[in-house]
Design a protein around this ligand. Structure first.
Ligand code: GDP
Ligand code: MG
Length: 433
């Protein structure tokens, strides 16, 4: 409870800076970052803050949702024709991006989906490229169509598709040549191959370590050849994957798969939500907000505050609150997740508090319904002494423990009343009264 219930530009300035730094650290293109921050500001200012959460933490959560949305929210599947014609998948990208590896990975993926597959070797500039694809094909038992290095790639693809059709292959994957840099000749060749193959998918293969450059790269390929999606490779490294965001923002096309290793099995569908967490790298904060959202009901929180103000907070409320705390995990675990204080908590104090909560719990559970709802019965009524003795006996705790617990509760109640009145002050933040 912090007395702040809306996000304002001011109460998230620090968090805005943190988010910006996180995105830049993740190698998201600066222009993309600025566009995103503008977008997030527009959405976040005025938004409600979940009780128990700080405005800055809430902002991080909203950012995460926004990033997920940009990256497509749902997993985008690979095209799959149902009219009997083969689905043609063209792979494009710079040299070394992982196209040839991705071709074999995709082929294996299709096999698992029970599609028949064939690959076409259309990289004619290096003899080794054809051998590489053939070796990979052999390892997964997928045929590779090739005509050596002396034939025009356009011609190879045309012939390869003919063969695929005759053999009633479901999916044909075309591996193309790459250059170290984007040049006109490569783009022309790709455009040619795309038009002769009438590709259903043109996937841009992007090395995740390209970082900032991914935006420019995507723009060129998308403007000149046109892409339907992308495969982000080499995400098994420690790169945070900001390239994913740039690719998506620039092309408007989804990332469909990620490469997470050199082996042919190391291909995974792309999940926007997971990638958003990876890029933001603030998993702990997200967990805190999600947990609080799960257990905190806003109406309930308001009711509780009112009760505190009127000094009506009773043992039932106390039980509810401690239950909520325990749903959020251990006190210690929760404190450790809080940015800034994680390292400073005192383990033995925390243990002590957790034990105290357990003792209190057992004592309260020995109270009658009437006593739980009217704590006064235990410290002002003439019968209070015998009541406390009975409760202590029933809970298996000592009389001193029960007395201490009740007197702590009394003090807490008074303090809560004072604090809640200060928090719910006038509109300008000055305390009421
Ligand atoms: P191409 O020039 O675009 O065809 O790239 P290649 O498929 O030949 O891959 C270039 C290098 O990157 C090879 O050494 C691959 O083993 C490696 N590679 C490809 N994808 C991945 C990946 O997802 N993770 C890792 N760690 N290495 C990869
Ligand atoms: Mg290659």
């Amino acid at each position: 409870m912090r007395g702040v219930d809306k996000i304002t530009e001011k109460n998230v300035t620090g968090a805005m800076k943190d988010v910006k730094r996180a995105l830049l650290d993740a190698d998201v293109n600066l222009r993309v970052v600025n566009a995103l921050l503008k977008q997030i500001k527009a959405r976040a200012v005025g938004a409600d803050v979940t009780p128990g959460v700080e405005p800055g933490q809430m902002l991080v959560k909203i950012m995460h949702e926004e990033l997920t949305k940009i990256m497509g929210s749902n997993q985008a599947p690979l095209a799959n024709r149902t009219d009997g014609e083969p689905t043609v998948v063209l792979l494009a990208g710079l040299q070394g991006a992982g196209k040839t590896t991705a071709a074999a990975k995709l082929a294996l993926y299709c096999l698992k989906e029970e599609r028949s597959v064939m690959m076409i070797a259309a990289d004619v500039y290096r003899p080794a490229a054809i051998d590489q694809l053939k070796t990979l094909g052999k390892s997964i038992e997928v045929d590779v169509f090739q005509m050596g290095t002396d034939v025009n790639p356009r011609e190879i693809v045309r012939k390869g598709l003919q063969e695929g059709k005759t053999r009633k292959i479901n999916t044909i994957i075309v591996d193309t040549a790459g250059r170290q840099v984007i040049d006109a000749k490569l783009m022309k060749e790709l455009k040619d191959i795309k038009s002769v193959s009438k590709a259903d998918e043109t996937l841009l293969v992007v090395d995740a370590m390209t970082g900032q450059e991914a935006a420019t790269l995507t723009r060129s390929f998308n403007d000149e050849v046109g892409i339907t999606g992308a495969i982000l490779t080499k995400l098994d490294g420690d790169t945070r994957g900001g390239a994913a965001l740039s690719v998506q923002q620039v092309s408007g096309s989804p990332i469909k798969f990620i490469g997470v290793g050199e082996k042919v099995q190391k291909l995974e569908p792309f999940y926007p939500e997971r990638m958003a967490s990876r890029i933001l790298g603030m998993g702990d904060v997200l967990t805190i907000v999600e947990k609080a959202q799960d257990v905190m009901d806003e109406a309930e929180a308001e009711k509780m505050t009112r009760k505190m103000m009127e000094n009506k907070f009773d043992f039932n409320d106390f039980l509810k609150q401690t239950k909520m705390l325990s749903q959020m995990g251990s006190l210690g675990g929760l404190m450790k997740m809080m940015p800034g204080i994680g390292g400073q908590i005192n383990e033995s104090k925390l243990k002590e508090a957790e034990v105290k909560l357990k003792v209190a719990d057992s004592i309260i559970k020995s109270m009658t319904k009437q006593e739980r709802g009217n704590p006064e019965l235990l410290y002002t009524a003439p019968s209070s002494r015998s009541r406390v003795e009975r409760i202590a006996n029933g809970s298996g705790r000592s009389l001193a423990q029960a007395k201490n617990m009740i007197s702590d509760f009394q003090k807490m109640r008074t303090m809560m009343q004072r604090m809640s009145k200060q928090m719910v002050g006038g509109p300008d933040g000055t305390p009421a009264e």
